[in-house]
Write a protein that binds this ligand. Structure first.
Ligand code: HEM
Length: 477
């Protein structure tokens, strides 16, 4: 009787706050998640139980939020600033760096990074914006030159080149030096980051059932993950050393120097340590490259599929830029270009499971209770594919983001960077890189599929949703 009562309390009363599916003891709902696309399983549950439901993943209680309005309200609360404790994430990040830093460290480092990005021109409001604009343009010109030198109309898989150029932009920003083409460090870094990102997905069962790390195949996965992290840190260590030698002592023009300035000024020495510099650089470099590379590759695919949309963007560029390269100031007037980039960010949400937060207190909101200790999962995929907000969500239609005056507008249900105090610190960086890149490429090339070969739009879901490598034709215009 006691066991029956305890089970009743656990599995029935536990659910008193919110609706949700039945969970098995110990594993919860993990056995039913599609391992290749957990966001699709969770989206189906949102269709069944509504946009706010509860689920148990292994030992972790999760509240899934697929309603943009409620999600914004929840993420605006100070009680949701923390990250959820998850085994793999905690093993790798140990509460340091920035993206998974514990709250005290986060407060300081978030301010430091936001200041740094403003100083080097990598935000919309920075007075030095032209410096970062120029850095991106240099890399766009490199892309244009390399592609022009390819044999005429030869199909090309742009991923290697994009990985190189985005990594080089990140390296210039954070370490003060670009990578030259064919630099072996880039491919080595990119390969290891790729392994790391693939194994570190939030949906990984090891995050929810840590004992799995002792069993195959998880034991091997964990070893591979640790090896990849070790390798990335090792390469970054060498890059930091090179950076120290190559740039002047008081320069603040890259992250390493700006960080070391804080050390030399004796700022809270338990924060500004060499270990924290390594971890911060790791977080920023991975967040920058993995998202921007995949964004650009998705953009190429969708543009190749829709040549008529390329023509519209080209016309708009011609009208606004009069043949010049894009300045971020022009960005405000590129309504159709912005709408197209937003539509691609919607239809192939880069972080379909969002980046989870943690309820550090009970949260009461509009008659809902999110209990203390729960993981809050922003199900961005379901938000962006909700047919009530986006009619025929599977259809690619940039016009969704254009209002009746022909201007770009952002609906409330468009949250690729999430919201609140912890929302993506690199939103402006990502927008500047993708817009300047695409404008530069479309001013030079028409992008098409190879013959009548269909393009593959299925994504591979690691920490980010990435497109499959495929060839495209870039024709000089
Ligand atoms: C299209 C590109 C990008 C997308 C879709 C994206 C999306 C996101 C999302 C959803 C979050 C979680 C926010 C939250 O916890 O509420 C995040 C956090 C973060 N992003 Fe991005 N991001 C992108 C590009 C970048 C770039 C270029 C950088 C680097 C400059 C960057 C750096 C970060 C960092 C450091 C965090 C952690 C912020 C914190 O915990 O305070 N991201 N991003």
């Amino acid at each position: 009787m006691i066991i029956v009562i305890l089970l009743f309390v656990k599995f029935v009363l536990d659910k008193k706050y919110l609706p949700g599916p039945w969970n098995l003891p110990v594993i919860g709902y993990l056995h039913k998640l599609d391992p290749a696309a957990p966001y699709l399983t969770l989206t189906k549950l949102a269709q069944k139980y509504g946009p706010i439901y509860t689920i148990k993943l292994g030992m972790v209680n999760v509240v899934v939020l697929a309603d943009a309005r409620i999600l914004k309200k929840v993420l605006a609360r100070d009680e949701t600033l923390e990250r959820s404790p998850l085994y793999l994430i905690d093993t790798v990040f140990e509460g340091r760096g920035l993206a998974h830093a514990n709250i005290d460290l986060w407060k300081d480092q978030r301010k430091f990074v936001a200041n740094f990005l403003r100083t080097v021109g990598a935000t919309r409001v920075s007075p030095n914006r032209k410096t970062f604009d120029a850095l991106i343009k240099k890399h766009v010109e490199e892309f244009v030159q390399v592609v022009k030198n390819q044999a005429f109309c030869k199909p090309l898989d742009p991923s290697e080149l994009i990985i190189h150029l985005v990594s080089s932009t990140a390296s210039s920003l954070f370490l003060g030096q670009p990578f030259s083409l064919n630099d072996k460090k880039v491919s080595d870094l990119a390969r290891n980051i790729h392994v790391f990102i693939k194994l570190l997905m939030f949906g990984s069962p090891m995050n929810f059932l840590p004992f799995l790390r002792f069993l195959p195949p998880y034991k091997k996965q964990l070893a591979l993950l640790k090896e990849a992290v070790h390798r990335v840190r090792d390469i970054q260590g060498k890059l930091i050393d090179e950076c120290e030698k190559s740039t002047s002592k008081d320069s603040q023009s890259n992250l390493v120097k700006a960080f070391q300035l804080q050390i030399s000024e004796g700022k809270s020495d338990n924060i500004y340590t060499l270990d924290q510099l390594h971890r911060l650089l790791f977080d920023l470099y991975v967040a920058f490259t993995e998202t921007t590379i995949n964004s650009l590759l998705w953009i190429f695919l969708y543009l190749a599929q829709h040549v008529e949309i390329q023509n519209k963007i080209r016309l708009e560029l011609l009208w606004v830029l009069q043949g010049e390269l894009l300045d971020f100031e022009d960005f405000e007037n590129l309504h159709y270009t912005k709408a197209t980039l937003a539509e691609i960010a919607r239809i192939r949400t880069l972080l379909p499971l969002g980046v989870p937060h943690h309820a550090s207190e009970n949260i009461y909101l509009e008659g809902l209770t999110i209990p203390k200790g729960t993981m809050i999962m922003p199900l961005l995929w379901a938000i962006h594919m909700d047919p009530k907000v986006y009619k025929d969500p599977e259809e690619f239609r940039p016009e969704r983001f254009i209002d009746s005056d022909g201007k770009f507008f952002k609906p409330e249900s468009f949250l690729p960077f999430q919201s609140g105090k912890r929302m993506c610190v690199g939103e402006d960086v990502a927008n500047m890189v993708t817009t300047i890149f695409i404008a530069g490429v479309l001013q030079n090339f028409k992008i098409e599929p190879v013959g009548s070969l269909p393009l593959d739009f299925t994504g591979t879901c690691g920490a980010a949703l990435s497109p499959k490598s495929q060839k495209l034709v870039f024709t000089k215009i």
